[in-house]
Design a protein around this ligand. Structure first.
Ligand code: BGC
Length: 268
């Protein structure tokens, strides 16, 4: 755990009792935000989306986040889910974003631009926090693996409700020699124009490999593919329970907002 910047009078204590937080989900095609009720896990506003800049550099992304905060006339804390390994506010990888993110303290940059206290975590970790608190993982013990499938494949692992951050299991090399994300992301499904059945068979290879490594009690499928679950669920044959995410598109935003409090308390 590390300390949140105390800005604009937002002391740690005040942030702990706040119920409304601006959640932002940075994706490969769009950057989306909404004000979130962190006790109910609900959006209090419509989602506001701005396309991800063509050259998604740290300054350009921080600028879009600042525009989203201005749209909501937001002055409070901001939680951000970002598609990379994040440690102490610094991006350590950049699989689907500009390489200049590596080593950048994106948390400090967004905080400077928005003049708000900011907490940034990995996007799949954010979605996982939301699903575990309000969605398909609620009250689930044991090992829960959440996989978000979109432009990339994001993963987050929970053990008895405790999160293991930055797992990055979308970059595993499958037994067929291919990187999981290249083989079975939603971007690959679209690029190769795969039917849901053909994509489902690929995804099943990934799931069964993950199961052989981690033996989860439950796998939750999140990201854009979760709302099409009935189009491919018959292709999946894991031994453990498998369910689609319940928060669907909103998990990233809700989880990003939750991350602000979670980082203060180390639990959701
Ligand atoms: C990134 C992860 C991210 C996932 C989903 C992957 O390419 O490495 O950090 O969680 O995409 O966006």
């Amino acid at each position: 755990m590390y300390l949140v910047v105390d800005l604009e009078g937002f002391t740690l204590k005040k942030m702990m009792i706040l119920k409304k937080i601006l959640g932002i989900d940075v994706g490969g095609s769009g950057i989306k935000g909404a004000i979130v009720h962190t006790k109910k896990g609900e959006l209090l506003t419509e989602r506001y989306r701005i396309p991800t800049p063509d050259a998604p550099t740290p300054d350009a992304v921080a600028d879009v986040i600042s525009q989203i905060a201005s749209h909501f006339e937001w002055k409070g804390p901001i939680g951000v889910g970002f598609p990379a390994v994040i440690q102490g506010g610094i991006s350590k990888t950049a699989a689907n974003v500009d390489k200049s993110f590596i080593g950048t303290n994106i948390e400090a940059l967004i905080s400077q631009q928005t003049k708000s206290p900011v907490r940034i975590i990995n996007d799949a970790d954010a979605a996982g926090l939301a699903e575990m608190k309000f969605g398909a993982g609620k009250d689930k013990r044991g090992v829960v693996l959440i996989i978000t499938v979109g432009t990339g494949i994001g993963t987050v692992l929970f053990s008895n409700g405790n999160v293991v951050e930055n797992t990055e299991l979308g970059h595993l090399i499958l037994p067929n020699g291919q990187e999981a994300e290249q083989y079975a992301s939603d971007a690959t499904r679209q690029k190769l124009d795969l039917s849901w059945t053909d994509w489902g068979k690929r995804f099943n290879e990934y799931l069964t490999y993950m199961e052989s490594l981690f033996w989860p009690d439950l796998i939750i499928i999140g990201g854009g593919v979760s709302k099409h679950y009935s189009k491919y669920d018959f292709t999946l044959n894991t031994k453990c329970s498998l369910v689609p995410a319940q928060l669907m598109n909103n998990a990233g935003i809700v989880g990003a907002a939750l991350a602000v409090k979670w980082s203060l308390k180390d639990k959701i």
